[in-house]
Design a protein around this ligand. Structure first.
Ligand code: GTQ
Length: 344
């Protein structure tokens, strides 16, 4: 046996440090404090036409009740095994079939649903059933009771976006199942939209800045009407016509941990290069085009989902008029003074 300690005194020292659960910073300093964001997230795309048959197969193998949530997770190839689509966020496709119930539960994780296919399903949030139509964006804020059901015809599919990796990182997750699988309906349909979603709030309502949104339903009819109007004006060079969703009572993100956005791009429009520190998940709601994500060129079509990693330059080209929904951890980064963007 060579005498390790005299041949390589540092290696021997490192081995002894390892025994003490310690490590020398100087071997990893530049990886730990990189000159620019060095994310493991890979630019990636999931095509709806390719995913849909798997989802329908899942529908034959397990019921929503048995699964609790019948979801296929979209895993970033740089983060396999972590149920993560970016470092901080999760994405999945959820299927519910007529007559099914995904039973009521609540958790610390915030969730968004973006309805991609079908009609007649609902998400019940804190006693109010929110009907799901294609393109609708629905949130279940942290700790709110929610179940999903379907009284209509045909499969309903939506994109789930949650802050599962972030909450896991923080070690802050709690979850609880309700004793009844369906919540008691305590409010008429449309109640929260009327109270909080029409440029008004109840007369004595005061929302603290961190209060989760009481408006949980952002209807595509309303979103699309706004975008249709914006499409008559000049688009921003870098973002086209891009809006962020807000809790109307505070002007802040409807969820503290997930920022949500929608943008319209006129036919033939190309955005100028942009990069930002928030890895972002995009879902094409209308149209088709090309996303240049760093070196990668991703053709996208309706319902396709793609990821732009932190600090990788993105350019979007609309072959026809496009509407893109997106979500990221930007509100978290902003709250912590970390968010940066560069427009070229
Ligand atoms: O619908 O409550 O995709 O709790 C993952 C975890 C959906 C949900 C997911 C969840 C849900």
């Amino acid at each position: 046996m060579p005498n390790l300690s005299s041949a390589n005194p540092r290696a021997a020292f490192y081995a002894r440090l390892d025994q003490q659960s310690m490590a020398p910073l100087w071997e990893s300093l530049h990886a730990l404090v990189p000159p620019r964001p060095a994310t493991e997230v890979k630019p990636s795309v999931w095509r709806y036409a390719q995913m849909r048959p798997y989802l329908m197969e899942a529908g034959e193998l397990i019921t929503a009740a048995e699964a609790e949530r019948r979801v296929l997770i979209l895993e970033n190839e740089g983060l396999r095994g972590q149920a993560a689509v970016t470092q901080s966020l999760y994405a999945g496709l959820q299927l519910i079939l007529p007559g099914e119930v995904a039973p009521a539960h609540r958790h610390a994780q915030s969730a968004l649903r973006l309805v991609l296919e079908g009609e007649g399903a609902y998400t019940a949030v804190d006693g109010e059933r929110i009907p799901m139509s294609r393109g609708d964006f629905i949130i279940t804020p942290a700790h709110t009771w929610h179940d999903h059901g379907h009284d209509g015809q045909g499969p309903v599919v939506w994109l789930d976006g949650l802050d599962i990796p972030l909450v896991r990182f923080m070690g802050a997750g709690f979850a609880e199942k309700a004793s009844d699988s369906m919540q008691q309906v305590t409010k008429p349909q449309g109640d929260s939209l009327a109270r909080y979603g029409c440029n008004m709030v109840p007369v004595d309502y005061q929302a603290a800045p961190e209060t989760p949104s009481r408006l949980c339903h952002f209807r595509y009819v309303d979103t699309r009407a706004a975008l249709t109007q914006l499409l008559r004006s000049t688009p921003d060079v870098h973002t086209g016509h891009k809006l962020r969703f807000v809790n109307p009572a505070t002007g802040r993100s409807p969820m503290q941990t997930i920022g949500t956005y929608v943008q319209a791009l006129p036919a033939g429009f190309s955005t100028a290069p942009l990069r930002s520190t928030d890895s972002t998940v995009y879902c094409c709601l209308e149209g088709r085009g090309l996303a240049r994500i760093g070196e990668l060129e991703v053709a996208f079509d309706e319902r396709d989902i793609f990821v732009v990693p932190s600090w990788v330059t993105v350019q979007l080209e609309a072959a026809v008029e496009c509407v893109l929904f997106s979500y990221s951890d930007r509100p978290v980064q902003e709250a912590l003074g970390l968010w940066k963007e560069e427009r070229s």
